[in-house]
Design a protein around this ligand. Structure first.
Ligand code: ADP
Length: 244
């Protein structure tokens, strides 16, 4: 029946999430534990002890960040919906990433005009930071990060593009699935999954264009009148489609 199908889908999602979480959180904890175990041996000079301690803290910080990412799923939607202009949020994100781009030979360009949306500021900012981080990671030997915002026909559009390594068609379609990461051990593909969920929860959608060796363009489109559609549309998209 439709109902048991929905339930099965939900359970699948839960299994995925639990497995991905376990997989992701284990590594930093294992490293941190290893560092602390080394310290108990008591034969290390002071500078080595300091090094192990700092490394252990860094890994715990990483674990903390992973947990925070997962908590987004547990938070009740809508969280804090308000009407705001994305330009301010984009500017904040640019300020935040500027120091990093200086070090990595990445140029930032922006072309921002008013783009009002209804949504959760903090979550939108988190999405923008994640997309920009991905873009910067795709440009290890430098490049150009361009951020644009505008409003056309009642739609607020943000575009973030990079001149990085790009992705194949297949890689694009798999983006947002847990366990998908092109860069070996670095992630589990959860970042974009979170981005997709957040944008969808605010009635927006994502369009990704990319070409291998050329770069990637991520477009977020918000329809101004759409407000937060609530938890149901996030955990239960099938059900919603059935009602429409
Ligand atoms: P994570 O970065 O944690 O692995 P994401 O869901 O953010 O998870 O991204 C999944 C993978 O998709 C990344 O590891 C990267 O290989 C690829 N990717 C994402 N954005 C870009 C981009 N702008 N250019 C090239 N590859 C990208």
């Amino acid at each position: 029946s439709r109902e048991s199908l929905i339930k099965a889908e939900k359970m699948q999602g839960l299994y995925h999430l639990a497995a991905a979480f376990g997989h992701e959180i284990r590594q930093p904890l294992t490293i941190s534990k290893g560092m602390l175990q080394l310290l108990t041996e008591g034969k290390w000079p002071a500078d080595k002890q300091q090094e192990f301690l700092l490394a252990s803290i860094a890994e715990i910080n990483r674990a903390e960040k992973i947990i925070k990412n997962y908590q987004i799923f547990a938070e009740p939607y809508p969280s804090k919906t308000e009407r705001f202009d994305l330009v301010n949020e984009i500017q904040q994100v640019i300020n935040l990433i500027e120091p990093i781009t200086d070090m990595t030979n990445i140029q930032i360009q922006s072309n921002l005009s008013a783009a009002w949306i209804n949504g959760d500021k903090a979550k939108v900012e988190q999405c923008l930071i994640h997309i920009c981080t991905n873009a910067m990671e795709a440009m290890e030997s430098g490049g150009r990060l361009t951020i644009r915002s505008k409003n056309i026909n009642g739609k607020s559009v943000i575009e973030i593009s990079d001149t990085g390594i790009g992705m194949t068609k297949k890689q694009i379609t798999r983006l947002g699935e847990p366990f998908f990461s092109l860069t070996d051990q670095k992630g589990t593909g959860l970042g974009m999954m979170v981005v997709f969920r957040i944008v969808e929860s605010m009635g927006g959608k994502l369009e990704i264009d990319s070409e291998v060796g050329k770069g990637t363009n991520v477009k977020i489109i918000f329809t101004e009148n759409d407000s937060d559609q609530g938890l149901d549309s996030i955990i239960n998209p099938i059900h919603k489609a059935g009602k429409d």
